[in-house]
Every structure is written in structure tokens, then in C-alpha cells.
Design a protein around this ligand. Structure first.
Ligand code: SF4
Ligand code: SF4
Length: 401
């Protein structure tokens, strides 16, 4: 886009680093291993040396790059404004990661058909319950206790913002409860809601693994589906998807991609703007709010969830210190297992210490990872999206359309 070759672009980004080291204490992978090659500064040098041919890309170097959780905390604090995410995208596109088989499942037609067919979901839901009673597998431990089979029939309102609710891939397959709760809150705020489906993954899953072509295909399909839905605002319930939409202009010059990036909102952020139209019943539960890295460092919108939850009378709200990623970032919970486990345990430890009943997080990846760690340690606490609680506490419960 700027006339530079990918290698030149990568080197230009790397050359901005003045090696001050200010980013190191903010980097979760450095805090885990204390190795320079696991720090932002170390990764920048490694990526630049691999791009210039000074260093042969081998499995060891690639493992150091792959252990990056893509939290972007380093970008937030970097005084030299090193575009670290862009640099990592280019690096992974050149030296892709080993693909996740279940990631491919969600990205291909079979996965989409599975996610869309409620009959299939019914079978899968039954199988999951059966398997969880017999097998303790980390992938099964991630899933919610109950899979909701149907997406809500949307109300046919004649006025209000035309809102398209992006169903995504993983969320649509295993967290339809959150999609339904978001739809109810949006309708109660006066919006006309439509489901935006057909595009599947927002593109983050292939991009994090270095599949730039796969991510570009998702981007094209999502912008076409959103355009076809004739909405004015596009909303996603996962902060990870919202962050990917926000970055579409970085990946594509297509005017539609540019336009939807501007008209896209993360659900909590949108609901905050219409907060006055939503009234909540009091609730004396103690909840703990985890702020995903995508909300803190890409969207830079961690206030919305806090403000909305604070409008539930008597709710006892505590917030995570948010210093480090929970370990789920990017796809590292599947690639850097020990690091993901330790980072996740730190977050779970802080949650348990708070004495709260529910862990709330607005990103599906964080929810899956933290739920698995809690269950593996024998804790039965609920891990939920903030919209689940907001929907439960609505003063006027809508009748189903
Ligand atoms: S803060 Fe920025 S300039 Fe300093 S070492 Fe980290 S990436 Fe480089
Ligand atoms: S994105 Fe996060 S994990 Fe990766 S180098 Fe930066 S701070 Fe560390």
C-alpha cells in the first residue's frame, strides 16, 4: 500500500525501536520467561534479522515469535510508536504457524454448516455433555455448561437504529446465549436488529496464525454480508472481533472495508451510548470484571463495560488489575501451553482472591481459557459475558418475538 516491499516495510517498522526497554515490564511473555527473546524488543530484533537473512528462521526463533500473545501492551507504552502488531502480522505471514485443526473447522464450510444448523448443535450439545462426564479434555472444559441451540427471533420494530449483529464463528457455535442477550438489550434500547451472518470468522483467527490470504477472504466476505444486511451500525459481541473490524482499513483499501470499520462498534461501547434507555433491577451479587487486551490496547475502550455494570443498583463490582494478558491472546492458548496456563492462573488467582461469584469478560477467547483453568482446578464459578448479566437484570423483560 505504501510502495515498500513486505521486507522493507518490516525493516522500517523494526528500525523505529530505540531499544529503550520501557515495554518489557508490560509484556506478559517476558514476565513469564524473563528472556530477552520473549520481549517486544527481542522479537523486533529477531523478526528484522530473519527478514534480512542475517538469521536463518528455525523452529527455536519461530517459537519465540509465536509465544507473543499479540496483546499490544507494548504498543500502548512504546514512546517510539513501533507498529508492533503490523510487524507481527508481516512476520507471521512470512513464517506461518502450524494451523489449528479446529480453527480450520470453524473457517470452512463444514464448520459454518455445523454452527448454523441448530439440529446439529443439538447433537453436539448432547455429545459434549456426555463426553464431559467421561473425559477430562481441555477443549471440553472450555465450553459453557449449556449450549443454546437457537438464535432469537428478532422483533420487527418500525423505528430506531438499523443495527447488524455480527454472529462470528466460535460465538455462533458455542455462545448463542450471548448473541441472544445482546439482541434483547439492543432491541430494548430501541434498535432494529438483524443478524449478520455468512462471513463466519472476522479474520482474526487466520491472521494470528499467519494466513494472510485466509484473513483477506474473511474480510471480503464479511464486508459483503454486512453490506447486504442494510444496517447502519455493525455490532460484535467479542472484543477480539471488534478489534479486527477496527483494523480492516489497515488490511484493505476497499471502500466498503473502510466504511464498515468506521460504522462498527463493540456491543458494550454501543450500549453505553444508549444507556439511559435501559433500566436494571438491583442485584447484590459480587462480580469481577476482566478487561480483555483487545479492549484495553486495540479498541482502547475499557470504560464502557464498567459504566454499564455500574448502572445495576447494588451490584458489587470489582475489576481485574489488567496488568497482563490472561494467556489466551491470539492463538497462544493452543500454541504456548505452559505460558498460557501460568498467565491464566494469575488472572484466575486474582479473581478467586476477590471472593466474587462471577467472572465477566467481553471476549470469547478469554472466557474459554479462564473457564477451562477454573474447572481444571475444581472451581465451578460462572464465566460470562457482561451482556448476560445486563440482560438478566433488565427491569422490563421483553416478550419473545
Ligand atoms: S518501548 Fe518501543 S522503542 Fe522501547 S524497546 Fe520497546 S518497542 Fe523498542
Ligand atoms: S504484543 Fe504483548 S506479548 Fe507480544 S511482545 Fe507485545 S507486549 Fe509482549
Amino acid at each position: 500500500m505504501n510502495g515498500l516491499s513486505p521486507t522493507q516495510e518490516l525493516q522500517a517498522a523494526a528500525s523505529r525501536c530505540v531499544k529503550c526497554g520501557l515495554c518489557l515490564p508490560h509484556c506478559p511473555s517476558w514476565s513469564y520467561s524473563q528472556r530477552e527473546s520473549d520481549s517486544p524488543r527481542g522479537r523486533i530484533e529477531l523478526a528484522a534479522a530473519m527478514a534480512s537473512g542475517e538469521l536463518i528462521p528455525d523452529a527455536v526463533g519461530q517459537a519465540r515469535l509465536n509465544a507473543c500473545v499479540l496483546c499490544r501492551a507494548c504498543e500502548t507504552v512504546c514512546p517510539a510508536r513501533v507498529p508492533f502488531a503490523r510487524l507481527m502480522d508481516q512476520t507471521r505471514a512470512r513464517w506461518p504457524m502450524r494451523r489449528l485443526w479446529f480453527g480450520a473447522l470453524f473457517l470452512h464450510k463444514f464448520g459454518k454448516a455445523l454452527a448454523r444448523g441448530s439440529a446439529w448443535l443439538g447433537v453436539v450439545s448432547g455429545m459434549v455433555r456426555w463426553l464431559r462426564l467421561r473425559i477430562r479434555h481441555p477443549l471440553l472444559e472450555m465450553l459453557p455448561s449449556k449450549l443454546v441451540l437457537h438464535r432469537r427471533a428478532l422483533a420487527q420494530q418500525d423505528a430506531g437504529d438499523d443495527v447488524g449483529l455480527f454472529v462470528g464463528c466460535v460465538t455462533d457455535a458455542i455462545d448463542r446465549a450471548t448473541l441472544n442477550d445482546a439482541a434483547v438489550l439492543l432491541e430494548c434500547s430501541g434498535a432494529r436488529v438483524r443478524w449478520v451472518e455468512g462471513g463466519g470468522c472476522c479474520g482474526a483467527l487466520p491472521r494470528h496464525q499467519g494466513d494472510a490470504e485466509g484473513a483477506a477472504t474473511r474480510l471480503r466476505q464479511n464486508t459483503a454480508c454486512t453490506e447486504a444486511c442494510s444496517c447502519n451500525v455493525l455490532i460484535s459481541v467479542a472484543t477480539g472481533c471488534a478489534a479486527e473490524f477496527m483494523e480492516y482499513p489497515r488490511y484493505s483499501e476497499d471502500p466498503q472495508a473502510q466504511s464498515w470499520a468506521v460504522r462498527h462498534r463493540e456491543v458494550m461501547n454501543y450500549l453505553q451510548t444508549v444507556q439511559g434507555r435501559l433500566k436494571f433491577r438491583s442485584c447484590s451479587r459480587k462480580v469481577w470484571l476482566h478487561q480483555p487486551c483487545s479492549a484495553q490496547h486495540t479498541l482502547k475502550e475499557s470504560d464502557a463495560a464498567r459504566a454499564l455494570l455500574a448502572s445495576i443498583p447494588q451490584l458489587r463490582l470489582k475489576e481485574a488489575n489488567g496488568q497482563f494478558c490472561c494467556g489466551a491472546g491470539g492463538v497462544s492458548m493452543f500454541h504456548s501451553l505452559q505460558q498460557a496456563q501460568e498467565l491464566g492462573e494469575r488472572v484466575v488467582g486474582e479473581f478467586l482472591e476477590s471472593g466474587s461469584d462471577i467472572l465477566l469478560t467481553s471476549n470469547i477467547g478469554c472466557a474459554l481459557h479462564l473457564r477451562r483453568i477454573l474447572r481444571a482446578d475444581g472451581h465451578a464459578h460462572a464465566v460470562r459475558h457482561p451482556v448476560n448479566l445486563l440482560r438478566e437484570q433488565l427491569q422490563e423483560q421483553p416478550t419473545d418475538a
